[in-house]
Design a protein. Structure first.
Length: 352
């Protein structure tokens, strides 16, 4: 082995990274203590970004492609190391590969109930869960704000932070949307789009991360709200209450007829159904009672206007007190007559 081969064995001439793990976000290339040879080949695959770091300072960023490392394509590193144009000696630097693909099928859920104010039920507590996907949108920001100088960074380090961010964001989204609790299930897609457009970007962009999709699979309402929904559904299914009562009565008769007690059971069932029907009809069809018209004044019931005793039909004088009846009252029914009346307005009898 010649001296040249020995020197080359102490230098790195090919730099690349093949992701063996689907959850790796950042990988620091292991140079094994060797220096990088000027003119070394750097391969950055699709869904990757490579960043040079010199003594803890971020330097040049390389998008997907194949590079021959020269001072021309490393302007920041050249400035940091004070290289002159054409400098051709090996150098030391750290190379980080950032995975920019989408990390899909990530689970999220609320660890504690989310409070919301509902116009109908007041304050209610919600539990929600779903899936989301994310990716690194700004490699330089992510490396500086999140990753630091670790040798390896996986999704396990950041998903906890993202889940808490989503739970908090969902609470804000529900409050701002003002969707009633009973209508949340019909608006999962709308809430997801609102989260992506208005809530999540401002929380994740400072970390160099973008939430690519956000899906709400379920929002669980409190037990008391679910019971109220079930009651409303039952009322909607019942529909016409009178028809439903009639149906119940018919069902009770049919059930009683098949009972061993025979007609006795049927009678009891029918009686209960009839009672229910009467009660429902009274409650639903109750009309305001009209005031009864007062009986006409005087001798309207065929009684003497003087002593109040019953009168004999056709009598002109009261048999009890002798008061004259003709002229002022009807001889047939005792109703009062006007002075010029020829017939009784109550019974139609001709005035005597």
């Amino acid at each position: 082995m010649g001296i040249f081969d020995l020197v080359r064995g102490q230098l790195v001439d090919v730099i690349e990274w093949k992701d063996p793990d689907q959850n790796t976000m950042v990988y620091r290339y292991d140079c094994g203590g060797k220096e990088i040879m000027m003119g070394a080949q750097l391969t950055v695959r699709e869904s990757q970004v490579a960043i040079m770091v010199n003594e803890g300072k971020l330097a040049d960023v390389f998008e997907p492609g194949r590079y021959e490392l020269r001072t021309q394509n490393m302007p920041i590193l050249t400035a940091l190391k004070s290289w002159k144009y054409g400098f051709n000696s090996p150098f030391k630097a750290e190379v980080y590969f950032i995975n920019t693909k989408q990390f899909i099928d990530q689970k999220w859920g609320t660890s504690a109930p989310v409070m919301m104010r509902d116009q109908e039920f007041g304050m209610v507590r919600l539990l929600a869960h779903g899936i989301y996907s994310f990716k690194v949108s700004d490699a330089r920001t992510f490396l500086k704000e999140v990753f630091g100088t670790n040798g390896l960074y996986t999704t396990d380090y950041i998903t906890g932070q993202l889940k808490r961010t989503m739970a908090s964001g969902l609470s804000d989204a529900i409050a701002q949307s003002k969707i009633p609790a009973l209508d949340l299930a019909a608006n999962y897609d709308e809430l997801g789009r609102y989260m992506l457009a208005n809530v999540l970007p401002e929380k994740t962009a400072p970390l160099g991360i973008q939430i690519s999709s956000f899906v709400i699979e379920n929002i669980s309402l409190p037990e008391e709200v679910q019971k109220a929904m079930d009651q409303r559904t039952s009322m909607g299914v019942i529909g016409n209450m009178q028809q439903y009562t009639q149906y119940q009565a018919a069902a009770a008769m049919r059930e009683a007829a098949s009972n061993q007690n025979g007609m006795a059971g049927m009678g009891a069932g029918f009686g209960a159904a009839a009672m229910m029907s009467n009660m429902m009809n009274s409650a639903m069809n109750q009309q305001p009672q009209q005031p009864q018209q007062a009986a006409p004044a005087g001798n309207a019931a065929g009684f003497c206007p003087a002593c109040g005793k019953p009168l004999t039909p056709g009598a002109r004088f009261c048999a009890n007190c002798g008061a004259k009846l003709g002229g002022d009252t009807c001889a047939e029914c005792g109703a009062p007559l006007a002075a010029d009346a020829k017939f009784c307005p109550n019974c139609g009898a001709k005035r005597a």
